[in-house]
Design a protein around this ligand. Structure first.
Ligand code: PRX
Length: 651
């Protein structure tokens, strides 16, 4: 975040107490829950777990040998059973679990009973293809109902899933399959995005060609007529064919509470994405109870989280959290501006959505597009709004409050990470007075602190590093295949405490204000990328000698990717080459990583020990006065860059 935004955040003085109408009907109406959880945090989580179905109850709630936690030790549980079967003996059997809308406008409604049948059929098909408990299954699908069905089918038979966002490239998919050593890939012929078709099967074929672990590829026919010729005999099977004739009943495997439920790859500070490990009992308890209290979920609500299931928000707050609660969720396949910029509001009106959860970057786009789009629709069904993924600037917060929430809906600004599994810092909407731009307080049972370099808590109002000081059930259990990286990344900087990688401040009321990443992770339109990943993609291009990527403050995206590139001897720089490099990064990683700008330079600013000074590059890109450059190897480089960058901006 740039200093101006941070300053505006910290001067923000407005407060918004829970509207009385909302408070009176909320699950949690007073602060007692916080008090209880403070006295007995483990007991708080245990009561949440007790609301789920266990084949066998746990012997011990928490076993904590820092940095390794085990939750609900000895318990046997199945996530798919809890998301489906648990509801079938109640009136929820015929309740809509998922209301799906395709981008072209089709609609599909799956009741819990429908979901049960489809999940069981696919689970049986997976078994017939040789998938056994413990085998990894990679899922690379658009936002179609088959995506949650596939996840729940895997969970049902104890095969951990690894979902790869459909916007990732063939190379990114290949790396993730190889790391997980997946046995089966589930994909589709394509998906719709802004009226066009994303060729998923083509990417999948390219990736699988280099993935000997893959034995079978299951293909959903979403588009039709585009992948028929590509089906490889013996390897590729159509989804609709493999499920045909499979029994609609498949017993759910009793899993150990600490068995792997899924891997989800995310970007860190190196070029290699890490496979975050989430296990079953603790994760499910965490997402179940946070969904219930934070979204104040009621039986009759229609809930819509606009994230893609390829990211953690979709895993926890489209699939596992809402379904474990027996909720009705809306799921939408496409873009918010297709066919027009009112698509979200048309969906809210059509399904009478009550709870809407989206990202600040989307809200900033809506602001820019103007109030006329939400005004075209009746949004009076909304009663609660949420945001996630990046800091929200107070201006966007207030716009969301006014123009989407009509001044009557609390906003839950929820802070968490892929690694945390579920939400950790957030208001409880019936209790907590909101301050625009602050994620407010740790969820009951969670303890967070802001500390300085040495790990000492900083006084109120002072910036520092956000750490978590006690284990929580949804926390990652490790990085797949790299135990050392787990300890090193999260637990070594402040021993015994989890280091989030985020900067934060705590105010005099104990409210947390998140200030963005303090490492080489950037958030572009709330998507998490690493500068190193982009740099590796660039140096892979034959013309590039060296590259440095930074996140530059951006009005809508939060951060935009800007890259500084030096070319190899004899290569001529040109606008064409810049374009080629932009396309190259998009091809290597995915369109989300495409740099907004490529700056050619004769050298990169480095410290005497050879480290690229990204901070200086960010200062240049954002037109700020340069900080300390005394450690720079050759200060001339920076002067030249500054001059050149000024020119490029005028171009
Ligand atoms: O920097 C924080 C930011 O997103 C990072 C985690 O990204 P990811 O693993 O992709 O998960 C995103 C969805 C949970 C965090 O380290 N972040 C997430 N939520 C917020 C946030 N920053 C400020 N406010 C938030 N509400």
């Amino acid at each position: 975040m740039d200093t101006a935004t941070i300053a505006s955040l910290l001067q923000e003085g407005r407060t918004f107490p829970p509207p009385e109408e909302f408070r009176r009907q909320a699950h949690i109406q007073d602060m007692r829950l916080y008090e209880e959880a403070r006295r007995d945090p483990v007991g708080f989580w245990e009561r949440g777990a007790a609301e789920l179905h266990w084949f066998r109850r746990w012997d011990k709630v928490l076993e904590w040998n820092p940095p390794y936690a085990q939750w609900f030790v000895g318990g046997k549980i199945n996530a798919s059973y809890n998301c489906i079967d648990r509801h079938l003996s109640t009136f929820r059997k015929n309740k809509a679990a998922i209301i799906w809308e395709g981008e072209p406008g089709e609609q599909r409604v799956l009741t819990y009973q429908d979901l049960y049948r489809e999940v069981c059929q696919l689970a049986n098909a997976l078994k017939a293809l040789g998938v056994k408990r413990g085998d990894r299954v990679t899922i690379y699908l658009p936002m179609v109902p088959e995506l949650p069905i596939a996840m729940l089918a895997c969970a049902r038979i104890g095969a951990p899933h690894s979902v790869v966002f459909g916007g990732f490239s063939a190379d990114a998919l290949r790396d993730r399959i190889q790391d997980a050593q997946a046995k089966v890939l589930i994909t589709a012929d394509g998906g719709y995005r802004r009226g066009g078709v994303v060729p998923l099967k083509r990417n999948a074929d390219e990736a699988v060609a280099q993935c000997p672990s893959i034995e079978k590829v299951i293909v959903v026919r979403r588009i039709g007529g585009i992948a028929e010729q590509t089906m490889q005999k013996g390897r590729d099977v159509w989804w609709h064919e493999v499920v045909q004739g499979q029994p609609g009943v498949c017993p759910a495997e009793p899993m150990d509470s600490e068995d792997l439920l899924f891997l989800l790859y995310t970007s860190g500070t190196t070029g290699k994405p890490k496979g975050i490990i989430h296990t079953t009992g603790g994760y499910l308890t965490h997402v179940y109870i946070t969904t219930k209290y934070i979204f104040d979920l009621k039986e009759e609500d229609t809930y819509w989280c606009t994230a893609d299931i390829g990211w953690v928000t979709g895993h926890s707050y489209i699939v596992y959290g809402p379904l474990a609660n027996g909720a009705t969720s809306v799921m939408y396949e496409g873009a918010p501006d297709y066919p027009d910029k009112d698509r979200f509001w048309a969906i809210v009106e059509k399904y009478r959505v009550n709870i809407l959860y989206t990202a600040p970057t989307a809200i900033r786009s809506f602001m820019r597009w103007g109030e006329e789009y939400p005004q075209r629709h009746d949004l009076s069904s909304l009663r609660l709004l949420g945001t996630v993924g990046e800091p929200i600037n107070p201006e966007a917060w207030v716009w969301y409050w006014k123009h989407i929430g009509g001044g009557r809906c609390p906003i839950v600004d929820t802070w968490w990470q892929t690694e945390t599994g579920g939400i950790l810092i957030t208001p409880l909407p019936g209790v907590v007075t909101l301050k625009p731009g602050s994620a407010t307080l740790p969820f009951p049972g969670v303890e967070a602190e802001v500390v300085d370099e040495r790990g000492n808590p900083v006084p109120p109002g002072q910036g520092g590093y956000l750490v978590l000081t006690r284990p929580w059930p949804g926390m990652l259990r490790g990085i797949y295949g790299d135990p050392q990286r787990y300890t090193q990344t999260y637990w070594s900087r402040f021993p015994g405490r989890y280091f989030t990688g985020d900067g934060a401040k705590k105010d005099a009321d104990g409210y947390f204000w998140l200030l963005g990443r303090v490492d080489d992770v950037i958030k572009v339109s709330a998507h998490r990328l690493s500068t190193m990943e982009i740099e590796s993609a660039l140096v892979d291009h034959p013309c590039v000698a060296e590259a440095a990527a930074i996140g530059k403050n951006h009005e809508v995206k939060g951060e935009a990717v800007v890259v500084f590139v030096t070319v190899k001897e004899g290569v001529k720089t040109s606008p064409q080459l810049a374009q080629e490099l932009q396309a190259h990064v998009a091809r290597k990683i995915g369109a989300i990583a495409r740099p907004d700008q490529v700056i050619f330079t004769s050298a990169l600013p480095k410290t005497r020990s050879g480290k690229i000074m990204r901070r200086l590059l960010r200062d240049i890109a954002e037109g700020r006065a340069l900080g300390d450059i005394t450690t720079l190897e050759s200060p001339g480089v920076i002067e030249a860059l500054k001059e050149q960058y000024g020119e490029e901006r005028e171009m």
